[in-house]
Write a protein that binds this ligand. Sequence first.
Ligand SMILES: [Zn+2]
Length: 189
Amino acid sequence: MPRAICDRCRRPQRVCLCGLTQPVPHKTPVVVLQDAQERRHPFGTVRLLQLMLSNMTVIPVWEGKPVARPTELPDNTALLMPRPESRPLSEVSLEGVLGALVVLDGTWPHARRIYHEHRWVQSLPCVHLEGVEVTRYGLRKAPAPGWLCTLEAVASALEVLEPESGCKAPLMGALEGMVQLQRSLERGR
Ligand SMILES: [Zn+2]
């Protein structure tokens, strides 16, 4: 018997995420370059973000097939990626409104590959989060201390850029809901 799949979140009905999500209004456009393999991962957190953030674009990237810079990307766009030359996001946000935030989604090797395959991504100024909390996303092994899943990174970045939008709490709530749902299923097996 084929498993019933939710039309909206594309998860099996018994682990449908729709009840966990609510629309979260925000101003800063978020552009996610997503490793094509990551797209199929059942516990990927970008799907939750997509169900909640109104101003987000996800661009799938296949290895060896770089995508062009989106034409609508404003000049003052930053890449959220810790690099030797990256600046704290809080510092950059004090200098003016950020046009858009680009995030690379995938495992760390995937993110690094996407970075190296895209000249336009390399040309973006890099920003990083400070005082990163311990990840609450326990479904996959964190590759390094201080690592955050994509949802946590975007939620924390929006909190720095536009605290008045109050995005972080509902996003983190949905993530915790997804983790609990999965844990309860595993216990029930
Ligand atoms: Zn659903």
